[in-house]
Design a protein around this ligand. Structure first.
Ligand code: FES
Length: 126
């Protein structure tokens, strides 16, 4: 069964937008760099399980999502981890402290939700 996330034009380009699918929070990113690519990731950081969309200082630029808590960075379309817990709240920590900030967790990627655009609507793919 497919689930609609909404009309494509309702999602601003290059601005992660929160949606809920079956009670789970996701971020929809409509990318301009690759035409009208739509990428959807679970709004939960694999580091400490905190929200990627709310916190002290995160962000999104050029396909890279930065966690607002410990600054881990992820490719928003592949989910790949690009940098793992390098600091806190937007401030880069010294290299020696990174293991402490990582709290013993190994780098991991984001959970992706597979979607496609059908008749102008973003829907999940079974
Ligand atoms: S919770 Fe995201 S980097 Fe720690």
């Amino acid at each position: 069964m497919t689930t609609s996330l909404g009309r494509l034009e309702d999602f601003p380009i290059d601005k992660p937008t929160s949606v809920k699918v079956d009670g789970t929070s996701y971020l929809v990113v409509r990318r301009s760099a690759d035409g009208d690519q739509v990428c959807v990731v679970r709004d939960k950081c694999p580091h400490a399980g905190l929200s990627l969309s709310s916190g002290p200082r995160g962000g999104y630029a050029d396909g890279v999502l930065t966690c607002p808590w410990h600054n881990s960075q992820f490719d928003v379309c592949t989910g790949e981890n690009l940098d793992w817990a390098p600091g806190f709240a937007g401030i880069r920590a010294p290299g020696w402290s990174r293991k402490l900030i990582a709290m013993g967790k190994s780098p991991a990627g984001l959970t992706l939700l597979e979607v496609e655009v059908r008749d102008g609507e973003i829907v999940t793919v079974d």
